[in-house]
Design a protein. Structure first.
Length: 222
């Protein structure tokens, strides 16, 4: 089993920890999001978008977890290949993806009991929730906001997929202009029952962007 593992993505670090693995390097989001308890033995390797190849190699890892969906990770993989550092690319959007990754990880750590506890048992709870859902789904607008902008999200994101499985109707799927430009007029016309907001980067700056824009309009409160 690998013992000196580096994760260039916070959720992969959390999954590796749930699989019973230990880490020697993680990205800044692990600290800011409080995903795992950081010790003096765990070094920071930069941000998710800009992990440092030098810091990673200096940690002498025997495995590095990378995201297959981030361009900088793909380039980092090429550098690690040249340096002879074992690494793996992961793609996780759905719970099924997570289960597949956790099974791989618990196989590497030789702890199948943790696959049961942190994977299959969770799957059973999800199945129970889905079985009890209301057949008449609410109309939902899903927004992702960051310091310099905001956009409506469709069903292709992790949260969008969960909403779909729960029976919610994502208005951005039927109101295509919303996916291109988030405007209060389009929101009012679509009349969602519920608006959910996720943030990227600084949560305070992401919320401030909405408060100075969409939420400042008196029509928002209605």
């Amino acid at each position: 089993p690998p013992h000196r593992v580096v994760s260039a993505y916070g959720s992969f670090a959390e999954a590796w920890s749930l699989a019973g693995g230990t880490l020697v390097g993680v990205t800044e989001d692990v600290r800011t999001d409080g995903r795992i308890v950081l010790t003096e033995d765990i070094g920071l390797i930069g941000s998710v978008k800009e992990p440092s190849a030098e810091r990673i190699i200096d940690l002498e890892p025997d495995l590095v977890w990378l995201s297959a969906d981030i361009e900088s990770h793909v380039k980092l993989g090429e550098l690690l290949q040249q340096a002879g550092v074992p690494h793996a690319f992961c793609h996780v959007e759905t719970f099924t993806d997570y289960l597949a990754l956790l099974e791989i990880m618990t196989t590497l750590t030789n702890k199948p009991d943790l696959y049961q506890v942190n994977g299959l048992d969770v799957a059973h709870r999800i199945d129970s929730l889905l079985a009890s859902r209301s057949p008449a789904g609410v109309k939902v607008l899903l927004i992702r906001s960051h310091a310099k902008g905001a956009k409506a999200l469709g069903e292709e994101t992790a949260t969008g997929i969960m909403l779909k499985e729960l029976g919610a109707f994502n208005i951005a799927q039927s109101a295509s202009p919303l996916l291109k430009e988030l405007s209060l007029e389009s929101i009012i016309q679509s009349d969602p029952d519920l608006i959910l907001i996720t943030t990227m980067g600084s949560e305070e700056q992401a919320v401030a962007y909405l408060e100075e824009g969409l939420m400042k309009n008196p029509a928002w409160s209605g």
